[in-house]
Write a protein that binds this ligand. Sequence first.
Ligand code: DGL
Length: 266
Amino acid sequence: MAVLFLMDSAIGVFDSGVGGTSVWKEIVKLLPNERTIYLADSKNAPYGGKAPKEIVALSIKNTELLLQKGCKLVVVACNTATTNAIDYLRKNYPVPFIGIEPAIKPAALHTKTKKVGILATKGTLSSSLFYNTSKLFAQGIEVIEQDGSGLVQLIEEGNVYTEATKYLLEKYLAPMLNAGIDSLVLGCTHYPYLIPVLRQILPESITILDSSEAVARQTKHILSEKGLLSLGSKATAKHDIYTNHTIEVLKYYVNVPGALVNLLDF
Ligand code: DGL
């Protein structure tokens, strides 16, 4: 596939749904002159319980659409897709890929109690990339893992501030709180939208960590290193946001002036 490396091409971003907009917002904040294209594959969400092969196939579909639209770099704004598919994508497509992984390393450096909680999808927690990262960076630290099944669906429905969400979070966090964690890693890009509810449940002493700002910094670093930073301005930086499911829900999460949310079949 021929891809043009044009500085003024867009940064492509995809996720299984609306969650990756938490990463996309950090990218737009740090790189206001860049055009972006975001794909929310909400029709196929959640990815978290799917077989690795299927996650790779869906990641290929999203990547190829972004490349057809001329993107110069692809941000895989989904921990589940990164941990299962980024190696394949990097080997098979000629653009730089930025992935997102749970912030285990920063949490391991930050914890005083040597106990860290991680809330992520089954697909992320069971991936070999996550296993290797944890082994490398969490030596001597007890990592209490929790599969957040059901949370992505609630966020995809726009149901963040509901009793159902609070109930599920209380249930998932109880073993971590009993274990004495002082750091909670959000290992899914949907979960930053749960922070207001999490803060109602967690004592103030517990730090919540997620990787979205780090992904934006890495995106800037790679674009700069490859001479791909846009020469445009904030005024020329268009943001095309696509969903293959419910436009209203995506609009609710995007909520950034100038971003155009569209329905697209992909
Ligand atoms: N935002 C995705 C992630 O970071 C959600 C995965 C899912 O769809 O289950 O893992």
